[in-house]
Ligand binder design. Structure first.
Ligand code: GUN
Ligand code: FE
Length: 438
């Protein structure tokens, strides 16, 4: 009798990372996928053996072209879904003014369910089409609006961590919540996400930053995260005025504030970290907490240049974030280029050199680095057998290539071309948990 299970087989050039900062190329290889998972991988010469061993009878084959590559999906560890309509706006103001003048007014307007639905649908579709298979979202202050984002990611098939934003302090009178509501609505949101029980989506504890959540609430949120083993996301040390205010308010360093609240856990992602001191970086490394490097936002909001290679060298798991709408682009390819540019520029301007990123290092940050920072590297980030098949077929030869294809180049050169010149037109197909979503 013919086996009913249907395997997917992908054949061609495959690239992924196994450790920082190296890139592995499997030239003329294959990956076999069953349901959501990778069940075999190897050079094409061993495909027949794998078929026999796994009793593969019913299968489809996707054969990649020479200019195409199979790579792991991109991971965006910091993106504000609710801010998507503001991309490209307001970069004449530094962080705190930008928040008050552009960001909070838009976020408040997004209580409108119809508007929220349109915006979330657009941001999820757009990031998927740019190759973001996993996104860690700041959703909304409003719990019912957060559920609209959850609905959108599930419908479009994106892997997502979604957070209800907490704000109890120093925010506009009409855009703030009481301490009671902050905790009550957070618990309600978590319960609703758990009820849906979709393997692609999980809730994240999301105190906005130390200036908008009081210590009592931060501690309570820390406890909720600890008891439920939830992820946490927040901002840290992004802008000089912000850092100064935090130190004045709490009488200690930024990272120490979060540590006192129990918010520095191995499942926490801190966005930015531009002005962290060595002692703070050591503390963050000790706690096993991850960092989301958001180079485009750091540049556009004129926040500063993060010494991210130094942070990596001090043992922190670093990943990449678009930080929409602090960043203007929904693309992790763009974040990779921005990270390279920032690292090169910071080396021109600082006395002390922290080294420049090359394309391999940012490719790691966009894939396995993201998975490690999220502590999801047992599941995603590269093509190990047993992991989820979150993958992209990219093509260096797309309508936006200039005269590149007058001469053929090697597979790893194709990857470099896409990293430095590519956009969503170079992302031919996107798979999340084995399902083709683009
Ligand atoms: N700090 C607090 N809130 C925000 C935000 O929405 N974006 C950025 N970039 N930084 C923040
Ligand atoms: Fe942010």
């Amino acid at each position: 009798m013919k086996s009913k299970v249907k395997f997917q087989i992908f054949c061609g050039n495959i690239v992924h990372c196994e450790k920082y900062p190296e890139v592995e190329l499997l030239e003329n290889g294959y990956i076999v996928v069953l349901d959501s998972k990778i069940v075999a991988m190897g050079p094409s010469t061993t495909l027949e053996d794998a078929k026999n061993r796994l009793n593969i009878e019913n299968f489809s084959v996707t054969q990649l072209r020479p200019t195409q590559l199979l790579i792991p999906g991109f991971i965006d560890t910091h993106i504000h879904a609710v801010q998507y309509p503001n991309c490209g706006l307001g970069y004449d103001k530094p962080l705190l003014e930008w928040l008050n003048n552009y960001t909070y007014p838009l976020e408040k307007q997004m209580q409108n369910k119809e508007l929220a639905k349109r915006v979330f649908e657009a941001v999820v579709k757009k990031t998927l089409s740019h190759g973001t298979t996993t996104a860690m979202y700041f959703a909304s202050l409003y719990e019912n609006i957060c559920m609209i984002l959850v609905d959108s990611v599930i419908r479009n098939g994106q892997r997502a961590l979604v957070g209800k934003v907490n704000m109890t302090l120093m925010a506009p009178d009409d855009y703030i919540e009481s301490q009671t509501d902050s905790i009550k609505k957070t618990i309600q949101f978590i319960e609703k996400v758990k009820e849906i029980n979709c393997p692609l989506v999980s809730p994240v504890i999301t105190p906005r930053f130390a200036l908008s959540v009081d210590m009592t609430i931060m501690k309570k949120l820390g406890r909720i995260a600890r008891e439920g083993n939830y992820h946490i996301q927040t901002h840290i040390s992004e802008n000089p005025c912000e850092v100064k205010l935090v130190e004045q308010l709490y009488g200690k360093k930024y990272a120490e504030v979060y540590d006192e609240a129990g918010l520095l856990t191995p499942k926490t992602i801190l966005a930015h970290g531009v002005y962290l001191t060595d002692e703070e970086i050591e503390l963050i490394a000790e706690r096993g907490t991850g960092l989301s490097h958001c180079p485009e936002s750091n540049c556009l909001l004129r926040s500063g240049m993060c010494k991210v290679k130094k942070i990596i060298n001090m043992g922190v798991n670093v990943s990449l974030g678009t930080d929409i709408s602090g960043g203007a682009s929904p693309s992790i390819l763009n974040a990779m280029r921005s990270a390279i540019n920032t690292s090169i520029n910071s080396n021109f301007t600082n006395n002390k050199s922290y080294g420049c990123f090359d394309w391999k290092e940012v490719f790691y940050l966009a894939t396995l680095g993201g998975a490690k920072a999220l502590r999801m590297d047992d599941k995603i980030g590269n093509f190990k057998e047993g992991k989820e098949f979150d993958a992209l077929i990219i093509d260096a030869d797309s309508e936006n290539s200039s005269c590149d294809y007058l001469l053929p180049v090697s597979p790893l050169e194709n990857l470099q071309k896409v990293i430095f010149t590519g956009d969503d037109r170079n992302i031919t197909s996107v798979f999340v948990a084995g399902v083709k979503v683009k």
